[in-house]
Ligand binder design. Structure first.
Ligand code: G3H
Ligand code: ZN
Length: 274
């Protein structure tokens, strides 16, 4: 069933898993994994994924449709949207949760752009996540040194009116390994200072124990992208290595989709129990 962001966060124990879908197979696996675990999930579409498909619709519409047919609450969310035009397209499609990312802008410009988007989204009944303290690595670089300052984060939320905040606490996007070391003390201080749910990005690079501790300190949404791609690609490689003559994509994508489903189920359970 489709749900809105307040529905996902109200009464949440632990944290909710938010997984990036690039292909329909990701979206199917995310919904199936959540159903397997019997837990809510966030299915997110990044601006980069929209650019890959060439437009938000029809992929976005397919995700909303899958969410609507699910037996557990599924929130379809737009992730790392830097282009205001895409925010408007998402609202027009019926998406009611958007991360607007102006974190690479200077602080004042981040505030101005985020506040304008937030007003527009709130008028449409849409939840807004923003980012402060740019979490590196969207182009593959590992930049774990960046940190969000708690006082600045509280001021940013007050100035923009956002509903949740992505914070830089030691993770980085698109890490191949799982050796990121999070600043647990900073997460606790941010949770004490910021009155909205905190979001961990770049979670694929964080080991399970690190994720558990982060949730224990106050992280409420955990974004996972790279991990599903690793699982999918690994299964496809293994299948094709075993049967080189395969050409029907259903034969080599199915094992990848199954592995992604199982990883989603494992992670949402870990997050709920953390
Ligand atoms: O917004 C998406 C996430 O932060 C994904 O990061 O690909 O490093 O797991 P990841
Ligand atoms: Zn991210």
């Amino acid at each position: 069933m489709n749900t809105d962001a307040p529905g996902i966060f109200t009464g949440l124990r632990g944290a909710v898993g938010a997984f990036n879908a690039i292909l329909l197979e990701h979206a199917e696996a995310i919904v199936a994994g959540a159903e397997q675990a019997g837990l809510p999930v966030i299915l997110q579409i990044s601006q980069n994924a929209v650019r890959y498909h060439g437009s938000l619709d029809p992929f976005g519409a397919a995700c909303l449709s899958m969410a609507g047919a699910a037996s557990v609450p599924v929130l379809v969310h737009l992730d790392h949207i830097e282009d205001e035009t895409l925010v408007h397209q998402g609202l027009a499609l019926g998406i009611r949760s958007i991360m607007f990312d102006a974190a690479s802008s200077a602080y004042e410009e981040n505030v101005t752009r985020t506040r304008a988007v937030t007003e527009r989204c709130h008028a449409a009944g849409c939840w807004v996540e923003a980012e402060l303290g740019e979490i590196g690595g969207k182009d593959g670089a590992h930049a774990p040194g960046v940190r969000t300052d708690p006082a600045e984060a509280a001021a940013f939320v007050a100035a923009t009116g956002v509903d949740s905040l992505a914070v830089a606490v030691g993770s980085s996007h698109a890490m191949a390994g799982r050796d990121a070391v999070l600043d647990d003390d900073l997460i606790g201080r941010l949770a004490g200072a910021v009155p909205v749910p905190l979001v961990l990005h770049g979670s694929s690079g964080v080991p399970d124990d690190g994720v558990r501790r982060a949730v224990g300190r106050g992280i409420r949404k955990v974004n996972v992208g790279t991990r599903l791609n690793q699982v999918l690609t690994g299964a496809v490689r293994a299948t094709l290595a075993e049967r080189e003559s395969l050409t029907d994509p259903r034969r080599y994508l199915s094992p990848g989709r199954d592995r992604m489903r199982d990883e989603v189920a494992r992670l949402v359970q870990l997050l709920a129990g953390a």
